[in-house]
Ligand binder design. Structure first.
Ligand code: IPM
Ligand code: MG
Length: 369
């Protein structure tokens, strides 16, 4: 019997609705009898602010440190627009990433065949698309100091964010990207802005060195981040793995996500370095946000959240057969023509968040029968 400790952080907005569907899948796995997931639930984001006045408590952080994996929904919403910057909902997410050392964010953009037509690009451009964005997640402009707004006293203010990278941070994320590329299409595009940024110059230098020294069997292309954005919507299938910094990764992964038909489809895994026992801290979250405009209406697509849980099965629990099964259940449900609003097409059947969860559970039942 394998046992895993999960910390479930639904967060805000649609986060709670889509996490309910993951809870149901976890309950289903527990009933199967050969795996046990021990789950703790806690608050993050605006929900934590309302209850505790901060975006995540130290107690929740302690649970996150101990868990085999953190399953994270989404945070934020207009309700918390005016809370202090340090306590804004996103601060909870950033603290989890930083304190758990989750420097490698894997964002696969896979176009399910059944959804190729709901992409905003021509079907032939996205059919069969399978890109992996490897985003650096604990450095760069998100965390660089100084980060401040200074009152200049003459009615003017000065805002500073600091884009900062050290060699080791680029080195380790490059290794993750090359390593994963070796298990896929053996092609890495490294995206930066070395034409205007010193961090881009160093990024280029370190990625090239790691490539030369340890991964010369993988094809490496350097690409300027703006060109990468353009190429992603021009001929997305030219890419296999894209490795890039925190900010460019945030933007490019939203672009890549939309190619697949909906932001509601894309999962992500955030991984740390392996400890002396080979264990890696990890958090799994959908790429999309808390979508306050549709929260509480049963309209949210739970697939990105469920696929994020499947990534937890694969990367944190070493349960690849179970992960494959969840992915297959999702693909089958899409093949049957069931759709939440974000991926609705003519002639398909519109269903709610919980109906999507039920359909996926039914598929899981069929797959184990
Ligand atoms: C993401 C999100 C976050 C980010 C926000 C919510 C802080 O956009 O995970 O892509 O910018 O990293
Ligand atoms: Mg983002």
């Amino acid at each position: 019997m394998s046992t895993f400790d999960l910390l479930i952080l639904p967060g805000d907005g649609i986060g709670t609705e889509i996490m309910t569907e993951v809870d149901r899948i976890i309950t289903w796995f527990n009933k199967q009898g050969n795996i046990t997931f021990n789950c703790e639930h806690d608050l993050v984001g605006g929900a934590a602010y309302d209850a505790h006045g901060c975006a995540i408590t130290d107690a929740a952080m302690e649970k996150a440190q101990k868990a085999d994996a953190v399953i994270f929904g989404a945070v934020g919403g207009p309700k918390w627009d005016d809370v202090p910057y340090e306590a804004r909902p996103e601060a909870g997410l950033l603290r989890l990433r930083k304190d758990l050392g989750l420097f490698a964010n894997l964002r696969p953009a896979i176009c399910y065949p059944a959804l190729a037509e709901s992409s905003s690009l021509k079907t032939e451009l996205v059919e069969g698309l399978d890109i992996l964005i490897v985003r650096e997640l604990t450095g760069g402009v998100y965390f660089g100091e100084p980060k401040e707004i200074t009152d200049l006293g003459d009615g003017q203010k000065r805002a500073v964010d600091t884009q900062l990278y050290e060699t080791y941070e680029i080195d380790r994320i490059a290794r993750v990207a090359f390593d994963l590329a070796g298990k896929r299409g053996s092609l890495v595009h490294s995206a930066e802005k070395r034409n205007v940024m010193k961090t881009g110059v160093l990024w280029h230098e370190v990625v090239s060195k790691v490539h030369q020294e340890s991964f010369s069997d993988i094809k490496l292309e350097h690409i300027l981040a703006d060109n990468c954005a353009m190429q992603l919507v021009r001929t997305p299938k030219q890419f296999d793995v894209i490795v890039t910094d925190n900010l460019f990764g945030d933007i490019l992964s939203d672009v890549a996500a939309m190619l697949t038909g909906s932001l509601g489809m894309l999962p992500s895994a955030s991984l740390g370095a392996a400890d002396e026992n080979g264990k890696t801290k990890a958090m799994y979250e959908p790429v999309h946000g808390s979508a306050p405009d549709i929260a509480g209406q049963g309209k949210a697509n739970p697939i990105a959240m469920i696929a994020s849980f499947a990534m937890a099965l694969r990367y944190s629990c070493n349960l690849s057969a179970e992960a494959d099964m969840v992915d297959k259940a999702v693909a089958n449900v899409l093949d049957q023509g069931l759709r939440t609003a974000d991926i609705m097409q003519d002639g398909k059947q519109l269903i709610t968040t919980s109906e999507m969860g039920t359909a996926i559970l039914n598929e899981l039942e069929d797959l184990v029968a």
